[in-house]
Design a protein around this ligand. Structure first.
Ligand code: SF4
Length: 385
């Protein structure tokens, strides 16, 4: 029996709206896995090798649910090809092996990889993988799908950043969230035209600006570093950004789909060089995953005046575990508090919120002490003049 292909891929927070458009423009069916819940997590964990990292277990549970609930469909699971020496390289063969052992056979895994130098080899290899992923299409159709998806990712990220900026400043609690949810839905279902996406984005940003809020307020600033998939998908990290924002924190996430894609897939050489320079003396060689970025971004956050950094560390992640050790030196040398939060299937809301609150309280009292010290210094310099 011929079954129409349905594409699926990791949700990656709100960015799924863009990936969905990409495949739909090319004429394919798309189904996005639901966010994790206790049932999918249990299934992912119980079928994964014990030592495998947590993101794999999350994804396995989500894909298994989707594939089992739709036995009449044949899925192409889109997976990113390995980037360096971490467990990422095992994802595709393990999906194949484990899902088949679970009796699920209505799928194949297709890998996407970046364009790596030398270009004369990298570009043909990239095109070959792309053709394997989506088949042959007129070049303009592929370019159009890329451009629309790119604009949707950009629009969603602009709205999300605005949303986290507004939460700690809003006068009516929940008003920014309501506005963001509406804006996201409009972008998600926007007609596949750049003009329409731009128009909706501008309209929604203006509406968000009109939310009753206090702009002139000094808040503690916290940067988020860590493993990309855990950082980018709010359902994996227990909505850490939203929680911090509601605690009155100015929050900034270091990795987004746009900068990750540019750095990892298109500007690899420059990105690695920059990282090597910033991380000199700490970790100036590649260890896989996003461990090196975690060090670099912590240093950069401190240089930009942030009060603290939180590392999102999935259980079983070797690069982030290595980074955690080095971050304690960075924290001491640069005088920047760093909180490393490990996530696994046992991580629950209650203890998690308590740790965040304690960290935020500590940052607030550090700010107060620093401000008192600087006032005292100023007063001293005036009296001695
Ligand atoms: S970076 Fe860490 S969590 Fe991500 S695939 Fe590699 S080992 Fe797993």
């Amino acid at each position: 029996m011929h079954r129409k292909i349905t594409y699926t891929f990791p949700r990656m927070g709100y960015s799924y709206a863009a990936f969905e458009s990409f495949f739909k423009i090319l004429g394919y069916d798309v189904m996005v896995p639901d966010p994790s819940n206790s049932k999918t997590l249990k299934e992912g964990v119980s079928n994964s090798p014990q030592g495998m990292c947590f993101p794999f277990k999350i994804l396995l549970g989500q894909f298994a649910k989707l594939l089992k609930e739709n036995p009449d469909k044949y899925f192409k699971i889109v997976s990113l090809e390995s980037y360096g020496p971490c467990r990422f390289g095992y994802y595709s063969p393990l999906y194949n092996k484990i899902l088949e052992d679970m009796g699920v056979t209505n799928f194949e895994v297709v890998n996407v990889e970046g364009i790596y130098p030398p270009w004369y080899k990298g570009v043909p290899r990239f095109i070959k993988k792309l053709v394997k992923l989506v088949g042959w299409h007129a070049p303009w159709a592929g370019v159009r799908a890329f451009v629309i998806a790119g604009w949707k990712v950009y629009a969603v990220e602009r709205l999300e950043r605005k949303f986290y900026h507004l939460i700690p400043r809003e006068k009516v609690s929940g008003s920014s969230e309501k506005a963001f949810n509406r804006a996201f839905e409009r972008i998600h279902h926007a007609p596949n035209k750049v003009k329409s996406i731009k128009k909706i984005l501008n309209e929604e940003l203006k509406k968000m600006d009109q939310i009753d809020h206090i702009d002139d307020v000094e808040l503690p600033k916290v940067g988020l570093v860590g493993e990309a998939y855990m950082l980018m998908d709010y359902s994996n990290n227990l909505e850490i950004e939203k929680k911090l924002a509601y605690m009155g924190v100015d929050i900034d996430r270091s990795l987004w789909v746009t900068n990750w894609t540019l750095d990892r897939l298109l500007k690899t050489k420059q990105h690695l060089k920059h990282m090597k320079e910033v991380n000199k003396g700490y970790l100036d060689f590649f260890i896989g995953g996003d461990g090196q970025e975690s060090i670099m971004n912590t240093i950069l956050y401190k240089k930009k005046g942030f009060d603290g950094v939180i590392q999102v560390l999935p259980f079983g992640c070797l690069p982030e575990t290595a980074a955690k050790q080095i971050l304690s030196n960075v924290s001491e040398d640069y005088d920047v508090p760093v909180l490393s939060l490990s996530f696994d299937e046992q991580t629950g809301d209650a203890g998690f919120v308590t740790r965040l609150e304690a960290f935020v309280d500590m940052l607030k009292s550090r700010r107060e002490i620093k401000s008192k010290e600087s006032k005292a210094k100023k007063a001293e310099s005036v009296t001695t003049r």
